[in-house]
Ligand binder design. Structure first.
Ligand SMILES: NC(=O)c1ccc[n+]([C@@H]2O[C@H](COP(=O)([O-])OP(=O)(O)OC[C@H]3O[C@@H](n4cnc5c(N)ncnc54)[C@H](O)[C@@H]3O)[C@@H](O)[C@H]2O)c1
Ligand SMILES: O=c1ccn([C@@H]2O[C@H](COP(=O)(O)OP(=O)(O)O[C@H]3O[C@H](CO)[C@@H](O)[C@H](O)[C@H]3O)[C@@H](O)[C@H]2O)c(=O)[nH]1
Length: 440
């Protein structure tokens, strides 16, 4: 099939590359010429395991191309995915300007039947707005009779596992009220659905809502566990045992029960906010989600609270090592990363910081360019030199079994704030390391 992916970010690029992998002919469009230049040079603008190989293979096979040429892109695909950003507006609502601009650019150019697919995370009712924007542009061209369908197909991939998630999805949600479009979507996704019940077709609004409800549920589980961890710590329980104990109940399950330094990323924080905002518009206060967000704000600063409890509120003259800056491992994405809050707060309290991340440092340097007292080190061990303590913020694999002797000898005193519960407290005790975990 001929497919166009509008937007070459995490979602658009993965969608385009993985659809090409199954034999489709895909054109990826972006308004950012720098991203398209990088892609046309045979590189990718993001760190995403396995993606570069898929991109290169399909470019070489002539099934995948990148362009800033809107005419070419719109005319190419029968199915056009909109995968542009939907960042939070000042009031927390989803900003639809990029989605609607993409829709208009389609309406300004299309000359035959198209299926326009909202893949971006968008509030309920957006498909109607996309349809209206296209209709408006077609009307201006005197083409009001031209047939097209708008479909909702929210994306559930996780950064750091995006290719794997796209190739082997738990489910594919298609919101469609147009028979021909549903048929095309079923055909497009047939190679990805190991059994048919993985593709769920529903009405448009339910599909749009499903995406927010999924992220809200996952964020709720995390904030719930983070609150349980706060209490566990006070009453002398270990949240890691509690996690295993409750996860074994299939009604609860093991996934997404890890207490930590708070959830970040480009999705949970913005989608929780957007859902709260959408509900407000309907006169409903979402009490649970409001608390989920508040709990997460508290959690992001928790490691610093622990540092303050140990070293005092005024951290002048203190120096700290930070391992991990990305909002989660296997990505260079720093959006809403807890590390940003932690670094800024330590610096504001007068401390100096040496930070290391395997891939997110270029992005961290960009975002923290004005931060005084912050240095980045080329290797993890260098960050430890002369620090009062180590703060583990992102659980990259290379931090899982570090050289604890080196940690002890490099730090001024052997203190570790383990923001992702990576180290066993009993082992730390045996090694003579003062260990501050989350909820243990
Ligand atoms: N990042 C994720 O893990 C993830 C997962 C599922 C869903 N989502 C959702 O998918 C959407 C995209 O997220 P992302 O992380 O890929 O965003 P991103 O910011 O990485 O990429 C968006 C891209 O769209 C481009 N763009 C903007 N307007 C355009 C236009 N009119 N025409 C062509 N290109 C345009 C931008 O230049 C940018 O490259 C968001 O709604 C997000 O919530 C993201
Ligand atoms: O048990 C857990 C699991 C995750 N996290 C944190 O939660 C955040 C989000 O992690 P994750 O969900 O793995 O990454 P994302 O790439 O943000 O993916 C989420 O957001 C995407 C965008 O909407 C969705 O497509 C995915 O299904 C959804 O998992 C990160 O800061 C993690 O550290 C925890 O603290 N504890």
């Amino acid at each position: 099939m001929k497919v166009t992916a509008i937007g070459t970010g995490y979602v658009g690029l993965v969608t385009g590359a993985c659809l090409a992998e199954m034999g489709n002919h895909v054109v990826c469009l972006d308004v950012n010429p720098e991203k398209i230049r990088i892609l046309n040079d045979g590189e990718i603008p993001i760190h995403e395991p396995g993606l570069l190989e898929v991109v290169r293979r399909n470019v070489a096979a002539g099934r995948l191309q990148f362009t800033t040429d809107v005419d070419l892109a719109v005319n190419h695909g029968t199915i056009l995915f909109i995968g542009v950003g939907t960042p939070p507006d000042e009031d927390g609502s989803a900003d639809l300007q990029y989605v609607l601009a993409a829709a208009r650019s389609i309406g300004q150019r299309m000359t035959d039947y198209k299926v326009i697919v909202d893949k971006s995370t968008v509030p309920v009712g957006t498909a109607d707005k996309v349809r209206a924007a296209i209709a408006d542009e077609l009307g201006k061209r005197g083409l009001s009779d031209m047939a097209y369908a708008v479909v909702s197909n929210p994306e559930f991939l996780k950064e750091g596992a995006a290719v794997e998630d796209f190739m082997k999805p738990d489910r594919i949600i298609v919101g469609s009220e147009d028979e021909q479009a549903t048929l095309l979507m079923r055909a497009l996704y047939a190679p990805f659905t190991r059994n048919h019940d993985r593709l769920i077709v529903m009405d448009l609004r339910s599909a749009e809502f499903t995406k927010y409800a999924a992220n809200a549920m996952l964020a709720t589980r995390i904030s719930f566990m983070n609150e349980m961890a706060l209490l566990a710590e006070k009453v002398g329980a270990d949240i890691e045992w509690v996690r295993r104990g409750i996860g074994s109940d299939p009604r609860i399950g093991y996934s997404f029960l890890y207490a930590g330094a708070g959830y970040g990323g480009s999705c949970f924080p913005k989608d929780v906010k957007a859902l709260i905002h959408a509900a407000q518009g309907e006169g409903i206060l979402l009490r649970v989600l409001t608390a989920v967000e508040e709990a997460n704000e508290r959690q992001k600063i928790l490691l610093v609270d622990k540092v303050v409890a140990r070293f005092g509120a005024d951290l002048k003259g203190h120096h700290f090592a930070i391992w991990g800056l990305a909002f989660k491992p296997n990505t260079d994405d720093m959006r809403e990363a807890p590390a940003l809050v932690i670094v800024k707060e330590l610096l504001a309290r007068g401390a100096t910081v040496a930070a290391y991340d395997p891939v997110a440092m270029p992005e961290a340097k960009r975002l923290l360019a004005d931060a005084k007292g912050l240095q980045f080190t080329e290797r993890a061990e260098q960050a430890l030199e002369g620090a009062d303590a180590l703060l583990l913020v992102t659980e990259w694999k290379e931090f899982k079994s570090p050289d604890f002797d080196q940690i002890k000898s490099s730090l001024k005193q052997p203190v570790v704030f383990d923001g992702r519960n990576q180290y066993e407290p009993t082992l730390m005790k045996a090694l003579g390391i003062e260990h501050h975990g989350i909820g243990r």
